[in-house]
Design a binder for this molecule. Structure first.
Ligand SMILES: NC(=O)c1ccc[n+]([C@@H]2O[C@H](COP(=O)([O-])OP(=O)(O)OC[C@H]3O[C@@H](n4cnc5c(N)ncnc54)[C@H](OP(=O)(O)O)[C@@H]3O)[C@@H](O)[C@H]2O)c1
Length: 295
């Protein structure tokens, strides 16, 4: 008899996160447990009730309040799951704070970096040690996370960096944002871009340290790019949504990577989009839609 599999998704009360929980709950078995986590108790309870009532749901689903900016809470949950179940099988770091063109990027930077990057780092520090053999840990990033999206002078800050060095680079960017010097130093105006580059660099940093122990145990640590999804987060930033996916559609490729029977070592530590590994230096500093001005 195999032991129940344990899955956890952060920022899962709406959007892609909720669709990932719904997909896991439909694809795992009745003994398995999916933890739907989010920062707000009411929104977590509502999303959990909705997925539990879905006829496609097969596994158990449990709502848990988890604010990913509280690194201590992330560690406590990892420890609790290790004590309760002997580890975790599937972990997705998905949470993101809202970002809007209506307010200045520097005004929104602290919250955005603390959730997207602080949250990913907390998960990357606390969960790999409790990932069971065959386990998978994904950080939901974006194709904006390749180094080519930065000006060449900034790429060495992240290329081959350790997790501590990624944190240092993020802090120097944060300081520049608040000092009003970020643009003259070459940082992209849209803060989503350096944040995604840093998420991918953080995944690479942890994967580089763990590769030798993870690959023989068929564990996967990777960054995932879900493609454009129609959610409140993306709505203000793009004009053409004709090719955008629903969260449910976008969840499919991420779940395929997560639930893959055997890891492809080529995906370990990489940024993967629809099953394909993206080149480390892909991308060019992005251009926003015509007429979109970011304060
Ligand atoms: N949408 C796209 O086109 C697209 C494309 C590429 C990558 N992605 C990535 O996909 C992920 C999900 O995006 P989405 O579009 O589904 O966004 P979303 O609908 O805005 O969902 C973000 C989720 O993160 C949660 N969150 C915010 N702060 C949190 C915190 N401190 N602790 C825990 N959870 C927190 C939100 O909870 P509340 O409801 O409480 O705010 C919400 O559930 C993000 O990492 C995003 O960058 C999205």
């Amino acid at each position: 008899m195999t032991s129940p599999r344990i899955a956890l998704v952060t920022g899962a009360n709406q959007g892609l996160g909720r669709a990932l929980v719904a997909g896991l709950a439909a694809r795992l078995g009745p003994d398995d447990l999916v933890l739907l986590t989010g920062r707000n108790p009411e929104r977590v309870a509502e999303a959990t009730a909705r997925i539990t009532a879905d006829p496609a749901t097969r596994s158990r689903v449990e709502g848990r309040v988890l604010d990913v900016t509280d690194a201590g809470a992330v560690t406590r949950l990892a420890t609790e799951l290790d004590e309760r179940f002997g580890g975790v099988d599937f972990v997705v770091s998905n949470a993101s704070a809202m970002l809007t063109p209506d307010r200045s990027q520097s005004e929104q930077a602290d919250d955005f970096i603390d959730v997207a990057n602080g949250g990913a780092h907390a998960v990357l520090r606390s969960f790999p040690p409790v990932l069971r053999p065959g386990g998978r840990l994904l950080v939901v990033a974006s194709s904006l996370g390749t180094l080519g999206n930065l000006t060449p002078g900034l790429r060495p800050l992240f290329d081959g960096a350790s997790l501590d060095e990624v944190e240092k680079a993020l802090e120097s960017w944060r300081t520049a944002l608040h000092a009003g010097t970020a643009e003259e130093l070459g940082w992209p105006r849209w803060i989503n871009v350096p944040s995604k580059v840093a998420q991918v660099a953080a995944v690479r940093a942890v994967a580089a340290e763990r590769r030798a122990v993870d690959l023989p145990a068929d564990r996967l640590i990777a960054a995932g790019c879900p493609g454009l999804i129609d959610t409140p987060l993306s709505r203000p930033w793009f004009t053409d949504f004709s090719g955008a996916q629903t969260p449910g559609q976008a969840a499919v490729a991420v779940l395929d990577l997560l639930l893959t029977e055997e890891t492809d070592p080529a995906t370990y530590g990489e940024l993967v989009r629809f099953g394909q590994v993206l080149g480390r230096y892909d991308g060019t500093p992005p251009r926003l839609p015509e007429g979109l001005l970011i304060p």
